[in-house]
Design a protein around this ligand. Structure first.
Ligand SMILES: *Cc1c(COP(=O)(O)O)cnc(C)c1O
Length: 391
């Protein structure tokens, strides 16, 4: 299909389909680890790269290829490579593009495992990272060194939904001769397309909203051909490849992506507005609220606010735990991007291992709760939270 002629909702359903000889209507799932050749000459041609085609599932698989092509179209990317998880997408990016002696500037508010990867593991291999405030463009610019090769951001951030200005950071990256990578996990291309705003690389944890139903792990890296080729070269050698089964689940997940993201956003906004009116709630963090400090930027950069809402409960840890423990329906889990609403207390879970001083600097108070709004009726989510807030 000629992709330029169609809207995102249509492409999410129809892009990337390569039908087999059986003309199946739904996407086929190819559960095979290897592929056969018609002759010795054909085998040689495929291995040398002279002839296109599949060889071995660590390199490629038709179901995985279909997922890569569909997601690439949705992000407006030239190329996409699928990975076993979101973290292996980030690892493959840095292993493909960076070398010892290179420097990274990253947001201080990255996903916890990303902070560990950049702050501890990569450091052992001679890649240094400077962490800066998510929202302070001048701080990103000031952190750039002659050997800076990568700027790494995630927007909105978890759990405080801070927004970074992708277009402004892309200018900093451009002046530094570095790539800008954006983890687009929270928005997905249904709400935000970082490449259109000047980013060079988009990273996904497909585990979250791309699946959207809490079933399988996966990830993806997207960008121009010359950026993705070395990432793929690492992946096919080192092996954190997406499984065909998971790619098939993600293909089906993408078909409902826009519908789900709109519903998550609608529910989250309604819940955030209600939370703002509760006397026991001190502050609500949601990019779709006019009270969000970067409301104007969020409106420019995102189609809507997304599904994540955080709020401070008056009374610190005890009051926050009471809200969590009074829920009967909402799942107490740190996962997000599911049809099922989840609640987490960051100070004692996802951010429990950093010092109280670091938590305070990051704005993560003892009364903070994070909700990933699912697809249940908002009135039921509200009632579940009201019980603990009323105590
Ligand atoms: C979950 C998550 C990741 C890691 O993804 P996995 O699929 O769990 O490896 C990376 N970035 C963000 C923003 C996430 O929420």
């Amino acid at each position: 299909m000629n992709e330029g002629d169609y809207e995102l909702e249509t492409l999410a359903v129809r892009a990337g389909i390569a039908r087999s000889q059986f003309n199946e209507h739904a996407e086929a799932l190819y559960l095979t680890s290897s592929f056969v050749f018609g002759s010795a000459a054909e085998a040689a041609a495929r291995f040398s790269g002279e002839a296109p085609g599949n060889i071995y599932a660590r390199f490629s698989n038709p179901t995985v290829t279909a997922f890569q092509e569909r997601l690439a179209v949705l992000e407006g990317a030239q190329c996409c490579v699928a990975t076993a998880s979101g973290m292996s997408a980030i690892l493959s990016t840095v292993m493909g593009l960076l070398s010892a002696g290179d420097h990274v500037v990253a947001s201080r508010s990255l996903f916890g495992s990303s902070v560990q990867l950049f702050g501890n593991i990569l450091k052992r291999f001679g890649v240094e990272t400077t962490f800066v405030s998510q929202t302070d463009v001048a701080a990103w610019r000031a952190a750039v060194k002659p050997n800076t090769r990568l700027l790494f951001a995630e927007t909105p951030s978890n759990p405080l939904t801070e927004i970074c200005d992708i277009a402004a950071l892309s200018q900093v990256a451009c002046q530094a001769g570095a790539w800008l990578a954006v983890d687009n996990c929270f928005c997905t291309p249904a709400l935000q397309r970082p490449l259109d705003l000047g980013a060079d690389i988009v990273i996904h944890s497909a585990t979250k909203y791309l699946d959207g139903q809490g079933r399988v792990l996966g990830g993806a890296v997207l960008g121009r051909k010359e950026v993705i080729e070395p990432v793929f070269a690492f992946l096919r050698t080192a092996g954190p490849t997406m499984s065909a089964f998971n790619a098939w689940v993600f293909l089906k997940g993408l078909e409902t992506l826009s519908l789900r993201m709109d519903a998550h956003s609608r529910g989250a906004l309604e819940l955030a507005l209600w939370l703002e009116r509760q006397p026991q709630v001190e502050r609500v963090y949601y990019p779709g609220l006019p009270s969000h400090p970067q409301y104007a930027l969020a409106k420019r950069q995102q189609k809507s606010g997304g599904g994540i809402v955080a709020f401070d409960v008056k009374g610190g840890r005890d009051a926050a735990w009471r809200v969590v423990d009074a829920t009967r329906m909402i799942s107490i889990t740190a996962n997000l991007g599911d049809t099922k609403t989840t609640i987490t207390h960051p100070a004692t879970t996802t951010h429990g291992r950093i010092s109280p001083e670091q938590r305070a600097a990051a704005g993560i108070g003892d009364g903070l709760l994070r909700i990933a709004v699912g697809l249940e009726a908002v009135s039921d989510i509200r009632a579940d939270l009201a019980r603990g807030l009323a105590i």
